[in-house]
Design a protein around this ligand. Sequence first.
Ligand code: AMP
Length: 542
Amino acid sequence: MRGLMQEHPLLVSSLLEHAAKHHAGAKVVSVDAAGAVTRGTWRDVAHDAKRLAQALARRGVGPGERIATLAWNTRAHLAAYYGISGMGAVLHTVNPRLFPDQIAYILQDAEDTHLFVDPSVLPVVTAIADRLPPSLRAVVLMGPVEARPALPVEVLEMEALLAAEDGAYEWPVLDEHEASALCYTSGTTGMPKGVLYSHRSTVLHAMAAIAPDVFAFSARDVVMPVVPMFHVNAWSIPYASAMVGASLVLPGPRLDPASLFKLFEEERVTFSAGVPTIWTMLLQWLRAEPARRFARPPRLVVGGTALPLPVTEGFLKEYGVSIVHAWGMTEISPLGSTNVRKAENADWDDERFLPYSRKQGRPQFGVDFRVRDAEGNEIPHDGVAFGELEVRGHWTAGAYFNRPDDPAFTEDGWFRTGDVVTVDELGSIEIVDRAKDVIKSGGEWISSITLENLVLAHPDVQLAAAIPVHHPKWDERPLLVVVRKPGTDPSPESILSVLEGKIAKWWMPDAVEFVDSLPLTATGKLWKAELKRQFKDYRLPG
Ligand code: AMP
């Protein structure tokens, strides 16, 4: 017997409609590259989004057409988010900090027809002017420019496109399984791969994001996404904030601590999310002046790379700011897990929970985990054994765009994350490595991240990376590549001494090399593939 309830497709446009209709009082504040502030409401965003949808329809943009953006967290970008997906086209967000080759590749692969560009990143587009995809019909400037760029395609202005429309537009009732957005992985190995989200996956993911043990959003929140809107849809914040009718503060490209702190205070931000680097810098800046205090300590969520414990501790003990550690991936929309207390550890005090908060936590409903070792057996939940994390769920990718048969997807319907994790008795995962970065010595695995974290405790070490180098007997052995703190000159022996007694003897790196810097990806993560390439001919002493 079928249920007798109404059926409405889960559509991205319905999130905006809800916010505009039921939360007209919530504000949307936006800062542009020059620091100018625009104030408005969700209703204004809805008006802009509808006018943009009208303009795109007038230009003949059809269902499923990919429309790219190269932009920061601004209101124009928010209107593009909703206008493009809402009218049935696919919002394709591109990271302006990628290498020009990667941007050109991504635009070609997606076959975008329009490219929306924040004026501040126009040089990125002119740099690849000769490699724009043949599919591209127009570049749309999202704000005023001093000089119009010379490009081989039509150049339009978003403001003029909007001004020509009246906003009297009804969102089409789409099939919820249609694609709404496209985002490419950061591509630390090989070329980036496209992940194609659907309206349904996006709305369900937003519903999970607002839950108490994830972002805990309410209509009273003032949310500031510091995580960029080109990085996995800013972790759903543009959608999740509309779903609850929260106010939104879009900080634009200026993410220095002083600019962020000003917004926290002046806009009374209650929640923010970003990568560890942002919060580390903010903490250092706050400490420089005792007068710098939050009038109302916000809640923070951090993810993207592991969160250093001293940062969590500093924010909590010195500023009363609690940080939730989250794990996710482009392929998982991105929210996969959060480390928030559950029944078994509800009564742990901060002293006990703080060291535990280094873990990436447990999945929310809609995400399922499985961890298997090299032989394919599920590992015991003892916090020690490790294996590769596999995920399935309502907002996990089932395939990559344009790449059928990628080995990341198992035959029985799981996505292989490439993250190597332990699982403890409470079901919390802890990432110990990337599958491609573990060092395989004599068939056994050595966690490069464990070595790196331990070595960072040496007072003279600024950065460290453990990478495999070829060994005739053991296949691979660990090499430690270290950046020294300025003005120090530690010996290899003194560096290795911090590992003694903390790791199995056979985990001990065979050599230490000193370098001036380590290669980073466009998203600021250690670029191990490049480092391994630099050391590919390295011969261990003796
Ligand atoms: P991306 O798709 O660019 O968001 O990168 C996803 C990858 O970032 C994951 O597979 C992890 O390796 C890493 N990552 C994300 N969140 C965390 C975290 N909280 N701790 C450690 N690594 C993380």
